[in-house]
Design a protein around this ligand. Sequence first.
Ligand code: HEM
Length: 194
Amino acid sequence: MASVNASIFSHFQLFLTKCVVFFTSPISLLFFGICAFVLLIKLISWRRNKKQKPPEMQLPRMKKRDMTMDELKKFDGTGQDGRICIAVNGKIFDVTQGKEFYGAGGPYSVFAGRDASRALSIFSVSKSAIKDDYDDLSDLTSAEMNRILEWELQLTEKYDQIGKLLRPGQEPGDYTDSEEEISEERKDDKLKSQ
Ligand code: HEM
C-alpha cells in the first residue's frame, strides 16, 4: 500500500515539475504575456467607450391628442426627437421606448408612424399589410379582430396611449381635462403658491 502511495506521489511530483517547466519556459511566458496585454487593451478600450457614450435622454411624456393618419406619419422616429407612435385598433401608442423594435433597422420598423392593426391581425411585417389611407378593418374576421385586441392589450400594458386615430372628417377629442393636464396644472399651482 505504502509503495502505491509513493508511486502516486512521485508521479504527481513529476507532473508538477513538468508544469513548472512548461509555464516558465520563455515561449509560454511570451504567449501569456501577449494574452494579458491584449486583454488589458480590450478592457481599457471598453471602459473608454462606456465613458464616451452619452446617457440616453428620456423624452417627456407626450400630451394626449388624437391624430389623423398624416399626423401619425410624422411620428415615425425620423423626427428630431426620434419619437415613435403606432396605432392599433384605433388607439395611438407612444412606443418610443421600444425603439429597438420600431426604430430604423428594427424588426417592426414598418409600423412606425402607421396603423399596425391589419399587419398584426395577420402576423405580418410586410408593407403590403399596412394601408396608406385610413383602414376601418371592417373586412377582418372575428379571429383577426381578436388578435388585434390581444396586441392592443399588450401595448397598453407597456406604453402610453396618446389618443385615437381619427377617421377622415372626424374631429379630435378635447383632452384639456385629462389627468395629465390636470396634474400639470396642479404642478403650476404648487409652484405659484411657493
Ligand atoms: C419568427 C418570428 C418572430 C419572432 C421570433 C419574434 C420574436 C419576438 C420577441 C422576442 C419579442 C420581444 C418580446 C419582449 O421582449 O417584450 C417580440 C415582440 C413583438 N413582436 Fe415579434 N417575433 C416574430 C414575428 C413577429 C411578427 C410577424 C410580428 C408582426 C405581426 C411581430 C410583432 C411583434 C410586436 C408588435 C412585438 C412587441 C414589441 C414591443 O414590445 O413593443 N413579431 N417578438
